[in-house]
Write a protein that binds this ligand. Sequence first.
Ligand SMILES: [Zn+2]
Length: 273
Amino acid sequence: MHGDPPLAALVLLLIVAAVALLLQPWWARRRHARLSRQPFPRAWARILRRRVPLAQRLPWPLRRRLLGLIQVFIADKPFIGCAGQPIDDEVRVTIAAQACLLLLGQSDDRCYPQLRQVLVYPEPFVVPRRQLLPGGVVNEQPQALAGESWAQGQVILAWSEVLAGAADADDGRNVVLHEFAHQIDQDGGQADGRPWHHDAQQRQHWAAVMDEGLARLRDAPSDTLDAYGSTDPAEFFAVATEAFFERPQALRNSAAPLYDALSRLYRLDPTAW
Ligand SMILES: [Zn+2]
């Protein structure tokens, strides 16, 4: 007779857990809607004006949406200072604003559901890089990076590079846009330059446009796309994203199919801003 109450309790616990699991997306949506409706702090608006000129260009409906997404991002994602980097509103707002630019056209308020934390270093950080040489020799060389995005839900950024990337909104170089494009790409696991496409036809079209763009960049340098994009499909997508937001007209003029594919993916047309 002693077995019954624990079994009943277990069943009840399972039911409660299942209900909680079912309600979780609804609860998260409600919370995000509440956060994004809050008045945007004036101090944050001043940081945005000073640090993120790209945000100032947005037409009002997109700008309002950006302010909402920034609040969700900052409430949800922990920022961790590394190597003595202090974390304050300046750091949070500057990074969140640029990361959320990529989400402006999406219909839900989920900010990078896989992202668990943002690590910030004061300057480019040094990481060991392994390279396999002929004869099976492994070469380990330290390399200084402006940013990195991990599939395990982490983005790492150098604050000096974040500031430089944000300050010039027309040079097509922006480390935050770059690393968060990788996060979008890593939504389904490893970055492969094939983000967010669920429909087979869309995926096929995307792959054809990206492969052609990558082949063109490997053949000849581009005025619009950084040569680093020729590394592999994932880097091509991240570099193309930087150009899409910061040099949209130039990208459209030089590679219209690529611009159109990115415009459909992000559901945005930055040439109109
Ligand atoms: Zn990259």
